[in-house]
Design a protein around this ligand. Structure first.
Ligand SMILES: C[S@@+](CC[C@H](N)C(=O)[O-])C[C@H]1O[C@@H](n2cnc3c(N)ncnc32)[C@H](O)[C@@H]1O
Length: 354
């Protein structure tokens, strides 16, 4: 039976490749009981590993991702009902609400009414006593906010693009305009279907990769992809708004008003996001996990090159294998590179014969 995965629209998600990635890992024929997904993102690798009955450690630098990871990986069920979720969209009598999003993000990402709803919803989440319900409510909020955005991102203040979009059959327009109530139906249903228990002590963490104090038998490294040109939009700038919502009470003092999109500075870091430090960051990470099997995902045509990554892995691990995902080929495929985009797995093991 194919494993059903949560449907996220997260930039760089390995959802479409995870079956192939896992197949390659299984072909290594190594015994491993635990995995660390150190750049966890949408948690798709962690989720797959959880389904495969591993003990899973999810990690991501952003709290909003950590909350998603915690729900899908560390928790085993969804306790929030659709009715409870919808009730959180409405102001409660006698509660005084702040209007941080309505006031400071007018005409930037969402409509005025949507901004009001977001303000109310987050502050109602804060009052929930159940940790599980809080996580589920945040999950609904983050997924709905992502799905309502053109390109599913927050690096541009392009609400007008969504509103002025008129030309015919652009299916997303319909989704952008769906209400939170309507989107919640789908995401609650998804949560009820995908949450499960695998009887392991799975944990979620929220550290910069180089400070993550956890390791595992197998460490999956799927860092941000950097373009050679150096014109990179960081994960922080793509998702700062969601990170802000995860730290709602601290948004105001962290808004950079000099940016057109009022970027929220919380969680901003250059670790693995800067072309000048990427290689030394990666080397440090490989050395931290020198006792583990390491599976590194990266695309060609970026910085560093696959060849440089292979050499780095060889420097840090006795055994090394490379696999191109889309072509399903073993071997050192660099010579066949014809400029097309391919995903590579560079696997470092602790034994030469691997
Ligand atoms: C390529 S994405 C990972 C995608 C993930 N494998 C998936 O399938 O959704 C890279 C992730 O690294 C996170 N990240 C960026 N810098 C980080 C750092 N220094 N430490 C930990 N996570 C970081 C980003 O938030 C992003 O979620």
């Amino acid at each position: 039976m194919p494993i059903k995965l949560p449907i996220t629209r997260y930039y760089g998600s390995k959802r479409k490749l995870i079956n192939q990635i896992w197949e390659e890992i299984e072909k290594l024929e190594i015994d491993f009981e635990s995995v660390l997904d150190v750049f966890g993102g949408s948690a798709v690798f962690s989720y797959f590993a959880k389904k495969k009955e591993k003990t899973v450690y999810y990690n991501d630098i952003f709290k909003f991702n950590y909350l998603i990871g915690k729900l899908l990986i560390q928790e085993n069920k969804n306790e929030l009902t659709y009715e409870e979720a919808v009730a959180l969209l409405k102001p409660k009598a006698n509660k005084i609400y702040r209007s941080t999003i309505e006031t400071h993000f007018d005409e930037i990402y969402f409509t005025k009414q949507e901004n009001q709803t977001i303000d109310i919803f987050v502050q109602n989440i804060q009052d929930l006593s159940s940790e599980n319900k809080k996580l589920s409510a945040f999950y609904l909020l983050f997924q709905s906010c992502i799905i309502k955005r053109p390109y599913n991102l927050f690096h541009r203040n392009n609400l007008s693009m969504r509103q002025n979009f008129t030309s015919g059959n652009f299916g997303n327009k319909k989704t952008w305009e769906r209400s939170f109530e309507e989107l919640f139906i789908r995401f609650i249903d998804e949560l009820n279907n995908v949450t499960f228990e695998n009887n392991k002590n799975n944990l979620a963490f929220n550290y910069p990769a180089l400070n993550c104090p956890v390791t595992a038998d197998l460490v999956y490294i799927d860092p941000p992809y950097l373009k050679k040109s150096g014109t990179n939009t960081s994960y922080h700038s793509k998702y700062h708004f969601l990170e802000g919502l995860a730290w709602y009470d601290e948004i105001f003092e962290n808004i950079n008003f000099s940016k057109k999109n009022n970027e929220i500075q919380i969680g901003k870091s250059i670790e693995f996001e800067n072309i000048n430090n990427f290689v030394s960051d990666l080397k440090q990470l490989l050395l931290i996990h020198s006792n583990s099997v390491i599976v590194l995902s990266y695309r060609n045509n970026g910085f560093p090159s696959i060849e440089d990554l292979v050499n780095l892995m060889k420097d840090c691990k006795p055994g090394m294998k490379i696999h191109t995902i889309d072509l399903g080929q073993y071997g050192y495929a660099l010579n066949k590179d014809n400029g097309s985009n391919r995903e590579f797995l560079i696997i470092g093991t602790n034994t030469l014969e691997n």
